[in-house]
Design a binder for this molecule. Structure first.
Ligand code: PEP
Ligand code: MN
Length: 354
């Protein structure tokens, strides 16, 4: 439920509303307009509250029940776009944001070289996995903490913020057969500028809670990927978990969903329509990952540009100087010249869409 106040409502009226909400043991969230608090959110079980109890308070304009199951992340609750500042790069604002880099960090030289190349191509952030949630336990699992250190060095040398994934509790096997015992979440949070939740983990609710609490304390934004079989509502509820548990800075990332399509043509089905739906339904930034959606490098450009036309606030693209030798996802990885072309075209499309 939200209570809309008249413009320039007095603090006394706002306090009266808050006092009444607290009687119902609900949580209160205030949203500042230009001059005063113009919206008061009521969160929790509001089913027993008669909206009329607020109408009689001075300066209350209207009381609206939020019809969506996801509350805080809905546009109904807060119509203003949430703009997330990542070390000066604004995600969800008027400008497109481009994140790029390898699927996996493979060595210090590799991530630094790619970091420099993607910067030259016009990207604003470096992506790369140190902990890889692979479908097979025998596939390359990433470098673990060593990878995070290389990523931090790439940030230092390029000045670009970094985004990397945290898996849940993970017994991380290293190349020499020994196991890294550190808490992955804590470890990733001590290095990264944005913490990624992968498609496979986006329904691990306990993990989302822990991640929200810990990243919220450090004010590190979350890049949440859509689960390959999550509905749009389930995806938004996963984001709601993070916001409700203490981190309001969530970037929604579409990356394709599983349909009856065969992998020989496309790895997943690009959920382009969902881009526009999410922009309408939610106030959070929406970015698109055309690499995982398409699964093949010759399709990445088409999907990337289509998602920008559908309203995406940015793109996250897998890039490598030698995609054919990448340790993971090489077949969907582009070189920096293609990345540059995609960025240039995306900027034109954004201008054209207005
Ligand atoms: C990735 O970003 O490399 C990745 C594993 O993505 P997803 O979780 O979307 O499969
Ligand atoms: Mn990948």
């Amino acid at each position: 439920m939200i209570i809309r106040m008249k413009s320039r409502a007095s603090q006394a009226s706002v306090d009266k509303v808050i006092e009444r909400i607290k009687k119902y043991k609900c949580e209160v969230e205030t949203i500042h307009g230009r001059e005063s608090i113009d919206v008061i959110g009521v969160l929790g079980d509001t089913s027993g509250i008669d909206p009329n109890v607020f109408n009689e308070i001075d300066e209350v304009l209207e009381v609206i029940r939020i019809s969506r199951p996801y509350k805080r992340v809905s546009r109904e609750y807060n119509a203003n776009n949430r703009i997330i500042d990542v070390k000066g790069v604004k995600v969800g604002g008027p400008d497109l944001v481009f994140m790029a880099g390898p699927c996996s960090i493979e060595s210090e030289e590799q991530i630094i070289r790619i970091g420099k190349e993607i910067k030259q191509s016009g990207a604003h952030m470096i992506r790369g996995g140190a902990y890889k949630p692979r479908s097979s336990p025998y596939s390359y699992q990433g470098l673990g903490e060593e990878g995070l250190k290389y990523m931090a060095e790439a940030r230092k040398q390029t000045g670009l913020p970094i985004v990397t994934e945290a898996t849940g509790t993970h017994r991380h096997l290293l190349a020499d057969g020994s196991a890294e015992q550190k808490n992955v979440l804590e470890n990733v949070l001590s290095y990264t500028d944005i913490i990624q939740v992968g498609a496979r983990n986006s329904k691990s609710y306990g993990f989302l809670q822990d991640l929200a609490i810990e990243s919220g304390k450090k004010k590190i934004p979350v890049l949440l990927k859509r689960g390959e079989a999550s509905t749009i509502s389930e995806f938004l509820l996963a984001a709601e978990y993070i916001v409700a548990n203490g981190n309001p800075d969530v970037i929604l990332c579409l990356r394709g969903i599983r349909t009856f399509e065969e992998k020989k043509f496309q790895r997943y089905t690009a959920d382009i329509t969902a881009t526009a739906v999410l922009k309408r339904e939610s106030n959070l930034p929406v970015i698109f990952d055309p690499s995982h959606a398409a699964g093949y490098r010759d399709l990445v450009e088409h999907v990337a540009l289509a998602s920008v036309a559908a309203g995406a606030d940015g793109l996250i693209i897998e890039a490598h100087y030698e995609p054919e030798n990448a340790m993971s996802d090489g077949q969907q990885t582009v070189k920096s010249d293609v990345l540059k072309r995609i960025i240039e075209k995306a900027l034109k499309i954004k201008k054209c869409m207005g």
